[in-house]
Design a binder for this molecule. Structure first.
Ligand code: F6R
Length: 244
């Protein structure tokens, strides 16, 4: 596990975008696993900027996102489809037919997960998987206690995650209670994992996840066992890691 210390959020975003752009340059037809949430927004912004300058070409890239709320249509501005379109897909020359997210509007959870697993398998593996880190150690929507062997599945969000995500909705009642997410097994099968984490409020979980025991109670701790993980974190997020 390689931990790259960034000065602040902007520096973190640039460093993470550098790693993603290197992946695209080295393998133009790569499969990128993507994340939503606040942390990667700066990374996407930087990638768009480099695309606009002519330094990046997304035409052969395929993307698979980690997760999607169940029950939100794509047009809903809180759906992860909308987020990805808004922050990246509509701003670069990616082929939209090569961008995948779980379909939140499939009511039958088993069918939705089966279909998404089939998509991921058909792509032959994820070259670079981008992740954020939840305050409770979740990755994707894999909440504490989840079995490490799972593939795409339907989850009921924890109270803490609902509260954390509430800031994007009109009220807490509007936050969907369920989501489809890639499982830990799917995430762990990516060739390279890039986790971005920022802010003092994440300092405790960073220490627990990357310097504590590997346990399903802290889903991100499993990343300690992956052989190619890069963590890009700002100083605030690393402030409790005396080990560094
Ligand atoms: C997003 C996702 C989540 C977030 C995590 C951190 O697709 O799967 O695991 O990465 O909740 O979110 P932020 O970056 O908003 O703190």
């Amino acid at each position: 596990m390689k931990i790259i210390k960034a000065k602040d959020y902007n520096d973190l975003s640039r460093k993470a975008a550098n790693i993603i752009s290197a992946q695209i340059i080295m393998k133009p037809n790569c499969v990128l696993g993507l994340a939503t949430g606040s942390t990667p927004i700066g990374t996407y912004k930087q990638l768009v900027e480099w695309y606009e300058k002519g330094d990046l070409d997304f035409s052969e890239v395929t993307t698979v996102n980690l997760d999607e709320y169940k029950g939100l249509p794509r047009e809903n501005d809180q759906s992860y489809y909308y987020f990805m379109n808004d922050n990246l897909f509509s701003k670069v020359n990616i082929n939209k037919n090569q961008t995948y997210l779980p379909d939140g509007m499939i009511e039958d959870s088993e069918q939705a997960c089966r279909e998404y697993n089939a998509v991921i398998h058909s792509l032959g593996g994820v070259d670079l998987q981008l992740l954020g880190l939840g305050h409770n150690g979740h990755i994707g929507f894999n909440e504490p206690g989840i079995a490490f062997e799972t593939e795409t599945h339907c989850v009921t969000l924890s109270e803490r995650t609902i509260k954390a995500n509430m800031r994007f909705f009109v009220s807490e009642a509007d936050v969907p209670r369920q989501a489809y997410t890639m499982g830990i097994k799917t995430i762990m099968s990516a060739h390279h994992i890039l986790l971005v984490v920022s802010g003092e409020d994440k300092a405790d979980i960073v220490k627990e996840a990357f310097f504590g025991p590997v346990t399903p109670q802290v889903p991100a701790s499993i990343l300690q066992l992956h052989n190619h993980v890069t963590i890009v974190a700002d100083e605030a997020a690393l402030s409790k890691c005396e080990e560094l």
